[in-house]
Design a protein around this ligand. Structure first.
Ligand code: F6R
Length: 242
């Protein structure tokens, strides 16, 4: 079941998203969170930092698993997703960093890394809430539009569209890694609850595909979320109305 909350602005979307996470942490202090990077959740992470500072929520007992990491890229690289998470959330809240996980962008054997990552998620009891952004091409994590999609965490090639969209963070398009390790569709869909954030008119086409008809296609991976029983889409008016 897909529940939709349409907000007036990016700021409101961020607050609504943070409320979902805060409610989860209040109900279960030792929650397992699945986390996303990218521009979209930055505001939500800021709200969570403020709630943590105000003593409203604690991350003390939280475990986290991020969706993806560029490959090959060192965790210390300023465009790595490990670096992003430290800078946008972990360094500013009371989380135990040893319980935060991001796929290893330098793994010698990415297939082995993927398998171990999924096993670790399962051993932690599974993900309670998975945060997702969505690509302009409908990707979730780095599950790009394809005829066939992977179930488990795996090494994937990034599409030109994604490399182009993410070039804004790098010195040039040529500097964007062409591969990533990403959770697969089963890893994502096994989360107990999924929170999707979408902001801006450039996400409208895929948001529409997610909410407006009943079809699922691997060519727009976010449409798979229709098969999940507890998804909440929090988006702004621009993403919802175009
Ligand atoms: C990030 C991720 C990606 C992004 C998506 C949207 O960890 O897995 O799927 O959520 O590319 O990115 P932004 O938010 O930058 O538009």
């Amino acid at each position: 079941m897909l529940k939709v909350i349409v907000c007036d602005s990016y700021e409101e979307m961020s607050k609504e998203g943070a409320k979902v996470i805060a409610d989860q942490l209040k109900a279960k202090a030792d929650s397992v969170l699945g986390l996303a990077t990218g521009s979209t959740p930055v505001g939500m992470y800021k709200c969570l930092q403020e709630m943590n500072k105000a003593g409203e929520i604690s991350f003390k007992d939280v475990t986290s698993y991020n969706l993806d990491e560029y490959y090959p890229l060192a965790p210390t690289h300023d465009q790595s997703y490990r670096y992003f998470m430290n800078a946008n959330l972990f360094d500013h809240v009371d989380i135990d960093k040893s319980r935060t996980h991001v796929p290893n962008g330098l793994a010698k054997d990415p297939a082995e890394e993927g398998k171990a990552y999924d096993e670790a998620v399962a051993a932690a009891g599974g993900i309670d809430v998975q945060v997702l952004g969505v690509g302009q091409n409908g990707h979730i994590g780095f599950n790009e539009p394809e005829e066939e999609l992977y179930a488990g965490t795996h090494l994937t090639n990034l599409t030109d569209n994604t490399i182009e969209a993410n070039a804004r963070f790098f010195a040039s398009k040529e500097d964007v890694p062409t591969q990533a390790i990403t959770m697969g569709l089963a890893t994502i869909m096994q989360a107990k609850k999924i929170l999707v954030l979408a902001s801006g008119a450039n996400k409208h086409a895929v948001v529409k595909k997610m909410v407006e008809d009943d079809r699922i296609t691997t060519q727009i991976p976010c449409t798979v979320l229709k098969a999940h029983k507890d998804v909440i889409l929090v988006c702004d008016k621009a993403a919802y109305n175009g």
